[in-house]
Design a protein around this ligand. Structure first.
Ligand SMILES: [Zn+2]
Length: 115
């Protein structure tokens, strides 16, 4: 099954993240309702809020709203959703960033408060 693992979430935080949360904005895979799923680091691990995230292929993300996720947590036939992250102060789909910015996005690191 294509559910997101905790290890993969940590990896995504390492690769992409803004300091406080990763956010996926798109449509629910099952009911097509707009959905925002967030992965938030907390003391006891990463919490996924708002529904389910799937990554059946590397860097291709799919979402489910809470209702559909509880009805059926498995991902059936799927369609891609956008990954959003902050670029120069506002949110845009990474796929629409220019090449230089997309390269820079790959190099982003998590800010470590303990340093
Ligand atoms: Zn749904």
């Amino acid at each position: 099954m294509a559910t997101m693992t905790c290890e993969r979430l940590f990896e995504l935080f390492d690769m992409h993240a803004d300091k406080n949360a990763l956010e996926w904005i798109g449509q629910c895979h099952d009911c097509r309702a707009p959905v925002t799923v967030r992965a938030v680091p907390r003391e006891d691990g990463i919490h996924v809020e708002g529904g389910g995230i799937y990554e059946p292929e590397p860097e291709r993300f799919f979402l489910k709203c809470n209702t559909c996720f509880q009805k059926d947590p498995a991902l059936g036939h799927y369609q891609p959703c956008e990954v959003y992250s902050r670029v120069v102060g506002y949110l845009r789909p990474v796929a629409q960033w220019n090449d230089a910015k997309q390269e820079e996005f790959k190099d982003r690191k998590v800010f470590d408060r303990s340093l």
